[in-house]
Design a protein around this ligand. Structure first.
Ligand code: GLU
Length: 395
């Protein structure tokens, strides 16, 4: 038989989803395991949003919609982005699809020709790397430093630009580091991108989750010059606890939005109509639910950060946003735990799951091989017990 697609065969399965599946399987088998794997809020979708979804079914809003989404949703997105981030946009710049991942994929499809280079600051979210490869692009990984709060500097960016560089992926707040780029950091990066004629895919999926009163600056809000080369990625999954509804969106220059929409018209059509109407309510309805969740995440982050740093052999820096914390394993890698040599964060995560009964994500696939990621989108009770288990596991 002939071989499969070389491009497709080179794709690695998502570690976050693999860990989540493993954790859920163990749970179903009755094993008392605690999950800090896939980042998804433990809160339920707010009632008003669920009711709108049910109403959409009752009112037979169950047919095909325009590929980039119903106009009411695209208008709601423009209004929300204006109110929250100061972004001026029109509905013909908006493309809604089945979650942030498909929107990202369509963005890369719209920009990348085979062999184009895409700059990716590490640590990065596992799917960016694979998505770049999936469109025939070449990921150019830039290792950021813990001392620099894992943020790419303009100098680092300049150093890796070649004649083949097409785009930069900038995730702010960052998954997995939890770091947040401030306005000045962003402006310096934007200047380099303008000088060097690079597109920017600005993934701001966690923009509603910042701590310590830190203000958020959207990359797109930096001005017209930035806007004309940027595709903003966002969605309702994290801020409104709607991961399963699968609604992500992009705001892009009209020409790019058109190409993305054409592409999606064949690859996916529009996302589920019911989810789209629920998202309209999420964006237009009361916003106080977000603050309740944000405060809970902040409290959990504080606890996790303080206690983790008191445990021997591990450490972490304080995340400023999103709901992830990266645990540094420098003192553990190369040592033996419970009779097993720990050569990588994959080994650590495997042992910790099997013997410690705690699921965390190894950051090998995130460009940070000496770290594991904990998602604190879980209850305080689980966080306390997870850390008790970590202490026992390392003792
Ligand atoms: N984005 C979340 C995470 O990093 C959800 C899982 C996924 O889509 O990879 O855990």
């Amino acid at each position: 038989m002939k071989g499969l697609s070389v491009l497709a065969e080179a794709v690695q399965a998502s570690t976050t989803l693999a860990i989540d599946a493993m954790y859920k399987k163990m749970q179903a088998e009755g094993i008392n395991v605690i999950g800090f794997g896939a980042g998804e809020p433990d809160f339920d979708t707010p009632d008003n949003i669920k009711e709108m979804g049910m109403r959409a079914i009752e009112e037979n809003k169950t047919r095909y919609t325009p590929t980039p989404g119903v106009i009411e949703l695209r208008e709601a997105i423009c209004n929300r982005m204006k109110d929250d981030c100061g972004i001026e946009s029109t509905p013909d710049q908006v493309v809604v699809s089945n979650g942030g991942k498909l929107v990202l994929y369509a963005s890369l499809k719209a920009l990348i020709n085979p062999g184009d280079e895409v700059i990716l600051p590490a640590p990065y979210w596992v799917s960016y790397y694979e998505l770049i490869k999936m469109v025939g692009g070449i990921p150019v990984v830039v290792q950021t430093k813990q001392e620099a709060e894992f943020k790419i500097t303009p100098e680092q960016l300049k150093e890796v630009i070649t004649k083949n560089t097409k785009a930069l992926i900038l995730n702010n707040p960052s998954n997995p580091t939890g770091m947040v780029y401030g306005k000045e950091d962003l402006q310096l990066i934007a200047d380099v991108c303008a000088e060097e004629d690079l597109y920017v895919i600005a993934d701001e999926m966690y923009y509603g989750l910042l701590y310590d009163n830190k203000p958020f600056t959207s990359f797109v809000s930096l001005g017209e010059k930035v806007k004309e080369r940027t595709i903003l990625i966002n969605g309702v999954s994290k801020s409104y606890a709607m991961t399963g509804w699968r609604i992500g969106y992009a705001i892009a220059p009209v020409v790019i939005a058109k190409v993305m929409s054409n592409y999606l018209s064949h690859a996916a059509s529009a996302p589920a109509s019911i989810s789209q109407w629920a998202a309209v309510e999420a964006l237009n309805g009361p916003q106080n639910g977000i603050e309740v969740m944000r405060q809970a995440f902040e409290e959990r982050r504080n606890y996790l950060y303080e206690r983790m740093n008191k445990i021997d052999k591990v450490s972490c820096i304080k995340p400023e946003g999103a709901f992830y914390i990266m645990m540094n394993l420098d003192e553990i890698i190369g040592t033996t735990l419970h009779g097993v040599k720990i050569n990588s964060s994959d080994d650590f995560a495997k042992e910790f799951l099997e013997k410690g009964l705690v699921a965390v994500v190894p950051c090998t696939g995130f460009g940070a091989p000496n770290f594991v990621r904990w998602s604190y989108a879980t209850s305080m009770e689980n966080i306390k017990e997870g850390l008790n288990r970590l202490e026992k596991f390392l003792a």
